[in-house]
Design a protein around this ligand. Structure first.
Ligand SMILES: C[S@@+](CC[C@H](N)C(=O)[O-])C[C@H]1O[C@@H](n2cnc3c(N)ncnc32)[C@H](O)[C@@H]1O
Length: 249
């Protein structure tokens, strides 16, 4: 366990100290709570094949790579391969936009008969981008339980994207919980913004027999934070956008 470096602590720092840094030393864009939940899930699932959308500095990839047999890591930043390529033996890096790469990758996985059991979505954070990534990743009939984890479910844009998907049309989707791990309000340097949170989707080989619902176990917390957030101000004033554009011309 690492010691507590008081110099790096500030009042609302949700990331450090994490006490797992020694096991997973690469820079990681998740809070303490998320890291613990994420590591625990991967330890339990031990996926045969995993997909990661959004690698950045390899924070989440170092965990997926440790517990999965094989990982496909997607990022639109080509420097990811130069920076991390040599560090992971079981990772194939795919560079480009996830919305172009994932449909083809899912088809390849199906053709090769590989067992996809885990995916992380942490790339394009726009509502449409998140919804497209989910839609593409659930287009797979699993042969064993298939878990999808989504980062930033507490961010209003990402959450909206997570709710845009028509899960009930897909009988393999058994469970969607947007607040598997709760997010944070106004972390350091991000005044009145809402970020973080892990959502969790589970697909199963057998078709769902029951009606479907999206769980939001921390919806009340989300709503309280949203009303005090900069996102609420922006959404409320969004009707002014065309006017602002007009004045900018
Ligand atoms: C928040 S970071 C990922 C952090 C990482 N998962 C972690 O936990 O440390 C987001 C990454 O997604 C990548 N990205 C953004 N939009 C993307 C897209 N449309 N397709 C693929 N990668 C994308 C960015 O280049 C960036 O490296």
């Amino acid at each position: 366990m690492v010691g507590v470096n008081k110099d790096i602590l500030t009042f609302s720092d949700t990331n450090t100290p994490a006490f797992t840094e020694t096991d997973f030393p690469l820079d990681w864009s998740m809070t303490r709570n998320e890291r613990y939940g994420f590591i625990h899930l991967l330890q339990k699932i031990k996926p045969k094949v995993a997909i990661e959308i959004g690698t950045y500095n390899g924070g989440s990839l170092q965990v997926i790579s440790q517990y999965a047999d094989k990982v496909y890591a997607i990022d639109n930043d080509p420097s990811v391969v130069e920076r991390l390529g040599k560090q992971f033996k079981n990772v194939e890096f795919l560079i480009g936009d996830s919305k172009d790469i994932v449909p083809k990758l899912i088809q390849d996985i199906k053709d090769k008969g590989e067992l996809l059991e885990f995916a992380l979505i942490d790339g394009d954070h726009s509502s449409k981008g998140v919804a497209t990534d989910i839609q593409n990743l659930i287009n797979y009939i699993p042969k064993s339980n298939y878990h999808i984890v989504l980062h930033d479910s507490f961010n209003p844009n990402c959450r909206k994207g997570m709710k845009m998907v028509n899960y009930s049309a897909n009988k393999q989707v058994h469970y969607v919980e947007l607040d598997f791990i709760s997010g944070v309000y106004a972390p350091d340097n991000l005044k009145r913004e809402m970020w973080g949170g892990l959502a969790h989707i589970i697909l199963m080989p057998e078709a769902r027999q029951t009606s479907f619902q999206i769980y939001e176990s921390q919806e009340k917390l989300y709503n309280i934070a949203y009303k005090r957030s900069i996102h609420y101000v922006k959404d409320t004033l969004s009707f002014l956008k065309p006017l602002v554009r007009l004045f900018r011309k």
